[in-house]
Design a binder for this molecule. Structure first.
Ligand code: PEP
Ligand code: MN
Length: 346
């Protein structure tokens, strides 16, 4: 770490910060450049010294602090010799595995409809079944899910069709209940920085699907994953679902570049949700294919037997035939990307 003082920095302030660095166990050397005093501090920190950096930056005599470390370590790529593979029931994410497909309605409606959707997506190649029981809703008057009744239905249908059940938890008090029913516990975009919830899902043993918030940077997203990992649960699947930009033609803007960037920074698998990114069903196929071409380890897609009758998010939900097409083209793209075939697609 390098602390660069402004040219007029008084000696006693430089000494105060040198003492602070020494107290934190650093070896400190001094230097100067362009009329500025520099302190060079070295130490192997078991964890990134975020607060020390902010204390140094708080001095009005410090021009800048250069700290090349990352604010997360457990989820950083360097912490593992190879990419993590997260297995959850029938679904496997990451490593050399082909992209895993999670599909299903936005929210669990009646059990019979869910069963029909599940059978169709299973036949098309899905290994996971999504369905919300506790739904985040912008308006308090919107539908918020059928709760525990929906969790039980999701569990029964997932067992019957041999799919991994994926469902969201929003409340720390419900983590235990949701994790009893689910194979993968989802933390939604709106809760990505709900630190108590992150800690709580880190203390249970089901894999966690961590969605990127619509307004977070990649570093903030990886810090959120670090919260979960620090509690002992390293079975984390990251999910890019679009970020908020000035563009209004789509519900959100899918940040496809996040896929290869996150894979270069973290060993965790990364999947993409084209449905919440697009907000419109016509874009779900092209965004899914772009995600797979960019190296995504899977997709989570909203699918319904009759999207026009879906209780929630019908406009971005594709039907089961469209999902079958998506699954087969995504598979050829994945094979081409992984160099196993020269199949020309599209
Ligand atoms: C969802 O997947 O049901 C959902 C609400 O997504 P997000 O948290 O990404 O908005
Ligand atoms: Mn939805």
């Amino acid at each position: 770490m390098m602390v660069i003082f402004n040219p007029a920095a008084p000696k006693d302030e430089i000494e105060r910060l040198r003492a602070l660095l020494l107290t934190c166990g650093c070896e400190v050397r001094q230097s100067s450049f362009a009329g500025r005093y520099l302190l060079l501090a070295e130490r192997e920190w078991p964890e990134p010294p975020i607060d020390l950096v902010s204390q140094l930056r708080a001095s009005e005599h410090v021009e800048s602090v250069i700290h090349p470390g990352k604010p997360y370590s457990l989820v950083a790529k360097e912490s593992k010799s190879k990419r993590s593979v997260v297995a959850a029931g029938f679904a496997i994410f990451g490593g050399e595995e082909p992209p895993a497909l999670i599909a299903g309605p936005c929210t669990v409606e009646d059990e019979q409809t869910l069963l029909e959707i599940a059978r169709a997506v299973k036949t098309a190649g899905a290994t996971g079944l999504r369905g919300g029981a506790f739904k985040p809703a912008t308006s308090p008057y919107s539908f918020q899910g059928h709760g525990e009744r929906a969790l039980a239905a999701l569990r029964r249908v997932a067992d019957e069709t041999q799919l991994a059940a994926v469902t969201e938890v929003m409340d720390t008090r419900l983590v235990e209940t949701v994790s009893q029913y689910a194979d993968i516990v989802q933390v939604g975009a709106r809760n990505m920085q709900n630190f108590d919830l992150l800690k709580e899902v880190g203390r249970q043993d089901k894999p966690v699907l961590l969605k990127r918030s619509m307004a977070s940077t990649i570093d903030e997203w990886l810090c959120a994953a670090e919260y979960i990992a620090r509690e002992g649960n390293e079975r984390i699947i990251l999910c890019e679902r679009g970020i908020r930009t000035f563009e209004r033609a789509t519900r959100n803007t899918l940040d496809v570049s996040a896929v290869p960037i996150v894979k270069s920074l973290s060993h965790l698998p990364v999947i993409v949700d084209p449905s919440h990114a697009a907000g419109t069903r016509k874009l779900v196929l092209p965004l899914s294919l772009a995600a797979v071409a960019a190296g995504a380890d899977g997709l989570i897609v909203e699918v319904h037997t009759s999207p026009e009758r879906a209780i929630k998010d019908g406009s971005q939900t594709i039907n089961t035939e469209e999902f079958a097409l998506l699954a087969s083209v995504a598979e050829s793209i994945a094979r081409t990307v992984r160099g196993e075939s020269r199949v020309e697609v599209l």
